[in-house]
Design a binder for this molecule. Structure first.
Ligand code: CA
Length: 237
């Protein structure tokens, strides 16, 4: 699996204060052709992210001074760059908080480098795909919701709603199966990639965010409905 040679190497920003772990992640990514910038504090990480040219961020949650959650929130204020969080084994609350703040994924320490690299690749594939303009001008419609695939725009009753890349991909997967079951594993494959081994709670958090942005009453959704035990369904009414 090579990286396209007609482009600069993908640049990964790693924010991690554990020097040993940072070194081994940097080494593994560099040997796969990525360019890696490491910062040991959230403040420096944020500064690197602001400087631009970063294609993906790997962000440790437990950082001195400014926490990873704060870094994540602040990056999301100016960028949609994919963010993979690194969390300690039993910090369930942190994972959910991180996803709600806009992280795309998380990995629990200790993790395998192979898995990390697979996820980095999957997130980069997804985030560049949206940037390629086609000429089909495809628009998916369901109820008051419109998804303009090429313009990468979402509208509810004609009003534009801002979705993050993963939210957009998830809504697209749901709307392509309008009024049919979208199984959990199908959604995870399509949105996060078949190499995704993470907690499926990630899916539920993204569904929750979509409902908050698209539904009149997100606690009583009419369009993005749960099919208990199986997945979700986009209902066109
Ligand atoms: Ca740490």
């Amino acid at each position: 699996m090579g990286i396209p040679t007609d482009r600069r190497p993908p640049r990964v920003l790693l924010v991690e204060d554990e020097a040993g772990l940072a070194d081994s992640v940097k080494y593994s990514l560099e040997s796969e052709g990525f360019e890696v910038t490491v910062t040991a504090t959230g403040v420096d990480g944020l500064e690197s992210a602001r400087a631009g040219g970063v294609d993906l961020v790997i962000l440790d949650l437990m950082l001195p001074e400014m926490s990873g959650l704060d870094v994540c929130r602040q990056i999301r204020a100016f960028s949609d760059v994919p963010i993979i969080m690194l969390t300690a084994k039993d910090s369930e609350a942190d994972k959910v908080a991180g996803l709600e703040l806009g992280a795309d994924d998380y990995m629990t320490k200790p993790f395998s480098m192979r898995e990390l690299i697979a996820r980095v690749r999957a997130h980069l594939r997804r985030s560049t795909r949206g940037g390629v303009l086609g000429d089909s001008n495809e628009v998916l419609r369901g109820g008051p919701i419109e998804l303009d695939i090429d313009a990468h725009e979402t509208r509810v009753n004609g009003r534009e709603v801002s979705l993050r890349p993963k939210e957009f991909d998830l809504l697209e997967s749901l709307m392509r199966r309008k009024n049919r079951l979208a199984a959990r594993h199908t959604l995870i494959d399509e949105v996060w990639g078949s190499s995704y081994f993470g907690d499926t709670k990630t899916l539920d958090v993204h569904i929750k965010r979509l409902r908050e942005k698209l539904e009149d009453d997100s606690s009583n959704p009419r369009h993005i409905v749960t099919v208990r035990g199986l997945g979700y369904k986009f209902v066109d009414e």
